[in-house]
Design a protein around this ligand. Structure first.
Ligand code: BJW
Length: 228
């Protein structure tokens, strides 16, 4: 590739063929549960048991799930690429790391991480969480939550992400519906920076008209084809 500074954004669609549920597709997560109950700080304050149960179930379902050809293609691209490269994922699964990606930021957090609302410290957390979970750092009980970004909260690593987008010359958006900000606005920021913008998706996303190039099809087919 004749680009010096690449930023790649991924969403739920890249993990769909690994067996991970997407959010807004017909049978997606938000067709079964109201996001206001499980993915907002207000929902957690109202009913922490329900929110813990929702993420415990998703954590369990992710066990044993493997990266697919699209994750692997991005890991190969990173390993082979000499220039500046940043992979920004909205996904809370660990499939990019599982495939070998290292220059990676999780802007919506990780399901296998816990955040203590008492001391603000994070811990790896692979089992179930409950209203009785104890923080391994400060030993406080009952203030642990899953370390993901809910609606109304500030996504992680925004300074580093926006700095990378402001200087990139290629921006590629993969398997994301373009519904959720600030990620949905990255393509416009990349265009302002003068970058070439590409969408790889099963079908045109909400923001498809902002992209200069697009390849539509399953991630396991279009991502390896694009990076080769
Ligand atoms: C395939 C495929 C296959 C399927 N192959 N493709 C205007 C400006 C700024 C903010 C707002 C705004 N208006 C409203 C807001 C607030 C809000 C927001 O965006 N609301 C919208 C609904 C309008 N945003 C926030 O609250 C965010 N915080 C924030 O804005 O802070 C202030 C701020 C502003 C500016 C700068 C900095 C800060 C926080 C959003 C947090 C989102 N959290 C969730 C849950 C995370 C934890 C969890 O996983 O449970 O993140 S919601 C959910 O949506 C999850 C996802 O990461 C996110 C995006 O979903 P994604 O990945 O796009 O999935 P889908 O299902 O929507 O799409 C799948 C795609 O894949 C589809 O396109 C399919 O076609 C495709 N596909 N199979 C290829 N095989």
């Amino acid at each position: 590739m004749s680009f010096d500074r690449i930023v790649i954004l991924t969403g739920a669609g890249i993990s769909a063929e690994s067996g991970v549920d997407t959010f807004r597709d017909r049978n997606g997560i938000w067709s079964k549960v109201d996001y206001r109950d499980v993915a907002t700080p207000e929902g957690f304050a109202r009913n922490p048991r329900k929110v813990h149960a929702f993420y415990n179930e998703r954590r369990r379902r992710l066990r044993g799930i493997r990266p697919n050809a699209a994750h692997e293609a991005l890991a190969r691209l990173e390993a082979a690429y000499g220039g500046s490269y940043l992979l920004v994922t909205q996904n809370i699964d660990g499939l990019h790391e599982g495939a070998g990606s290292r220059r990676l930021l999780h802007m919506h957090g990780e399901v296998n991480s816990a955040l203590c609302e008492a001391c603000g410290k994070r811990s790896r957390w692979s089992g179930d969480m409950s209203i009785n979970s104890q923080c391994p750092h400060c030993q406080t009980t009952g203030r642990m939550r899953v370390d993901v970004v809910w609606f109304g909260e500030m996504p992680y690593h925004m300074d580093r992400i926006e700095a990378a987008i402001a200087t990139c010359d290629l921006f590629v958006s993969i398997g994301t519906s373009g519904n959720v900000y600030p990620a949905a606005g990255f393509v416009e920021q990349a265009r302002l920076a003068g970058a070439h913008t590409v969408e790889l998706n099963l079908e045109p996303s909400e923001g498809f008209s902002s992209f200069e190039e697009a390849l539509y099809g399953r991630a396991t087919e279009v991502v390896p084809a694009f990076v080769s």
